[in-house]
Design a protein around this ligand. Structure first.
Ligand code: NDP
Length: 267
């Protein structure tokens, strides 16, 4: 991605300390946006924000557990005061707890619902309140929710996770509808990433082995690649470039969409 097509924009990236979130934060900054990292990983988050600041944009860190509305209010307020506005939200924070259906645990399902669904819902709530006319930022904007290819296919051992990522898809569509109809000026879209070898992605590969669905990690990864027409795992930059596009004016007439960035795995 080239050019400063997000110059002047102010972004908050949840779960931005590392992994996909950190890559999106860096790509937004390279496109000219000022960036706030929100995460529960405080030390890593501060380091990531410091690295982004070296790219020549304003950058900061705010502690943010996405399951807590009071922390959301503080994070939005810190974003507006540190960056001078707020017009991009990347709802990226998420967790995955692998389990065969026959072994599902209520506490694991509740934890995934809390982070993946409540977290995104509260993010949308607080972004809308700040970005819509009369809000603390009041310039409209763009929200990108990170769903998963798991919302579009039946992959064994991730039923609970897939359910929460399907919920992210529905949250996206209805939020986009309300924002359009009520004149908030906020576009809302989601991305369905394919498997990426981040901390979460490699944990899933290990878990697939542990539940007996692959002989070893290499076999688990090979199984995913086999299902992917473009023949490789996803990279964090694949997702970051798509997020920059959805936040840019080039996507000005795109809202309520789900964009697969999965090498064709979910087609
Ligand atoms: P990582 O686990 O590598 O990074 C996620 C980040 O979010 C971590 O810094 C994590 O902190 C943080 N986080 C976790 N819970 C919260 C919370 N309650 N509030 C704020 N931050 C939190 O994950 P990825 O980068 O791989 O994944 C990012 C997103 O992409 C997730 O929504 C995931 O579901 C989605 N995704 C990932 C895929 C993959 O293959 N990796 C594929 C498809 C979608 P901590 O480490 O302390 O938990």
């Amino acid at each position: 991605m080239s050019g400063q097509r997000l110059a002047g924009r102010k972004a908050l990236v949840t779960g931005g300390a590392r992994g996909i979130g950190a890559a999106i934060a860096e790509a937004l900054a390279k496109a000219g946006a000022a960036v706030m990292i929100g995460d529960i990983l405080t030390d890593v988050g501060r380091d990531t924000a410091a690295d982004i600041g070296k790219l020549g944009v304003k950058a900061g860190f705010v502690p943010l557990d996405v399951t807590d509305n009071a922390q959301w209010e503080q994070a939005v307020s810190a974003t507006v005061s540190t960056l001078g506005g707020f017009d991009i939200l990347i709802n990226n924070a998420g967790i995955e707890i692998t389990s065969l259906v026959a072994d599902l645990k209520a506490e694991d399902l509740r934890r995934m619902c809390d982070v993946n669904v409540v977290g995104v819902g509260l993010g949308l709530r607080n972004a809308f309140r700040a970005m819509r006319p009369g809000g603390a930022a009041a310039k409209g904007g763009a929200v990108v929710n990170i769903s998963s290819v798991a919302a579009t296919i039946a992959f064994p051992a991730i039923a609970g996770y897939s359910a929460t990522k399907s919920a992210v898809d529905r949250l996206t569509r209805i939020a986009a509808m309300e924002s359009g109809k009520l004149g908030y000026g906020v576009r809302v879209n989601c991305i369905y990433p394919g498997l990426i070898p981040t901390v979460m992605g490699m944990q899933l590969a290990n878990d697939i082995v542990a539940v007996g669905l692959a002989p070893d990690v290499n076999g688990a990864v090979a199984g995913v690649i086999e299902q992917t027409p473009l023949g490789r795992l996803a990279e964090v930059s694949d997702i970051a470039d798509a997020a920059v596009f959805l936040c840019s004016d080039e996507a000005r007439f795109i809202t309520g969409a789900g964009l697969p960035v999965d090498g064709g795995m979910g087609m």
